[in-house]
Design a protein around this ligand. Structure first.
Ligand SMILES: C[S@@+](CC[C@H](N)C(=O)[O-])C[C@H]1O[C@@H](n2cnc3c(N)ncnc32)[C@H](O)[C@@H]1O
Length: 441
């Protein structure tokens, strides 16, 4: 049987609205084979699960690499049950198709004591609202998730035997999204993170379906001791140019990080003197001024509070006032006063996304003289490095700005952040050279 042919044929016949409701993007065979190849080889016959099986692309790839004792496939869409059944029949092991909702079934599944040795997943992506039955069902399992894909991984982890393995292709957002913190903590408490694969291009994973989602492939082992993490990447979805290295777990999840961010290190050699921003005594915040809220306080007068927005920053540096900016100065109204900081040396980084600039970090050192010793108000499309809402020592600001504009910093930032806009949370989570410190002159 040609599984690629089935995948393409059934994909083309899907009803578009159901397709987006259920996230019906089937996994191309190159990706499915790569994922299946991540499982630890075993001579034991395994019980295999796909919790949202589609037409069985992933199960087909996994079964070709292991001896299968039995296959369980959940699939909510009745129109896919027939093609799925023919794929599973081709595997030649006993199978059961559960034509129902995996998340709503998960509590009974976990309570039944049935466990799986190998789980392969490309789960649907959809926000889980507070009122949805899925939210309640996952909470009954003792986990909080904000998206269906993390709900699938959480429920599958609970349905695995100790030592069982999951390989999943999922959006990258769970690695560092703040809302995903409870899921990350749950996942890292119950399983080891053995491997992460990143696609260097946003289009490469599901190029036939024009999916622009940034995906990663992760491999997890339930109950395993955490060791080094295999980090791999490739430029295209055919895996002809995979490069990989082994990263110490500490460089992936920094010990003591309250958010348990999962970074994708760019090389196996983290900088030896790397420290946190907190250790440097520097803070970073989103600029407090929201332009449309203060529009009525805008003034033309030079004696007003100087406002800094991205429009005042260009490759030529800082230029104020700017004809491009909607606001250059603000009146000293009480509503504005609380957002005003004293003149000083600040480093600002534009809140841009990967679509707007190839370089992720564009930093500018603004000096006390730039504000004519008056007050300054930063707009919220800027991230501002400061010390207690005051400026930094000029030499510290200069070193910080040089670092943020370096290729090393750009790589470090990419290890944390996907293609979302550059934000203060991700800048805070980066590591910085200890030599930026005020003590190093
Ligand atoms: C992204 S597709 C992946 C299909 C298949 N695993 C593959 O990789 O080709 C997700 C599948 O999960 C199914 N699905 C969505 N929500 C589900 C749910 N709550 N329970 C079970 N299946 C679900 C969809 O109909 C779809 O076939």
């Amino acid at each position: 049987m040609d599984i690629e042919d089935i995948r393409r044929r059934v994909s083309a016949s899907l009803d578009p609205s159901r397709r987006s409701e259920f996230g019906q993007f089937f996994t191309p065979s190159d990706i499915a084979s790569y994922m299946a190849g991540l499982f630890t080889p075993t001579t034991r016959a395994v019980r295999l699960l796909d919790a949202g099986a589609g037409v069985g692309c992933l199960l087909h790839a996994a079964a070709s690499m292991m001896t299968v004792e039995r296959v369980d496939a959940w699939e909510i869409d009745g129109s896919l049950v027939d093609p799925l059944a023919s794929t599973l029949a081709d595997i030649g092991a006993p199978f059961e198709i559960h034509h129902s909702d995996f998340i709503l079934d998960a509590r009974d599944l976990v309570a039944s004591g049935v466990t799986f040795d190998r789980v392969i997943l490309n789960p649907p992506y959809r926000k889980v609202s507070n009122s949805s039955p899925h939210r309640k069902a996952v909470e009954e399992l003792g986990v909080r998730t904000v998206n269906l894909y993390t709900a699938f991984v959480a429920a599958a982890l609970l349905a695995m035997r100790e030592g069982g393995e999951i390989v999943a292709i999922v959006p990258r957002s769970f690695l560092n999204g703040l809302y995903h913190r409870p899921f990350r903590k749950f996942m890292l408490s119950i399983a080891s993170l053995d491997a992460i694969h990143v696609f260097n291009s946003r289009r490469s994973a599901f190029s036939d379906d024009a999916v622009l989602q940034e995906n990663v492939i992760v491999k997890l082992t339930r109950g395993n001791c955490q060791g080094d993490v295999s980090v791999s990447s490739c430029d295209d979805g055919r895996f002809i140019d995979v490069s990989s290295f082994s990263a110490p777990f500490d460089s992936v999840v920094v010990p003591g990080d309250p958010n348990a961010f999962i970074r994708i290190p760019s090389s196996s050699n983290p900088a030896p003197d790397a420290v946190s921003l907190f250790a440097l005594g520097i803070e970073v915040s989103t600029g407090p001024i929201v332009e449309f809220r203060v529009r009525s306080s805008a003034v033309e007068r030079e004696d007003g509070i100087l406002v800094v927005t991205p429009k005042h920053l260009s490759p030529a540096g800082f230029s104020h006032p700017s004809a491009l900016a909607k606001i250059n100065h603000l009146a000293r109204d009480p509503s504005v006063a609380k957002h005003v900081w004293p003149a000083g040396d600040y480093v600002v980084v534009k809140r841009i996304s990967s679509k707007e600039s190839k370089r992720r970090l564009l930093a500018y050192h603004l000096r006390r003289e730039d504000f004519s010793d008056g007050d300054v108000a930063f707009e919220n499309h800027l991230n501002v490095f400061h010390s207690g809402k005051s400026g930094l020592a000029p030499a510290v600001a200069a070193r910080l700005c040089d670092y943020l504009n370096s290729d090393i910093a750009d790589l470090e930032f990419r290890s944390i952040s996907g293609s979302t806009q550059v934000n203060a949370t991700d800048l805070r989570a980066m590591s910085y050279p200890g030599s930026i410190s005020p003590g190093c002159l």
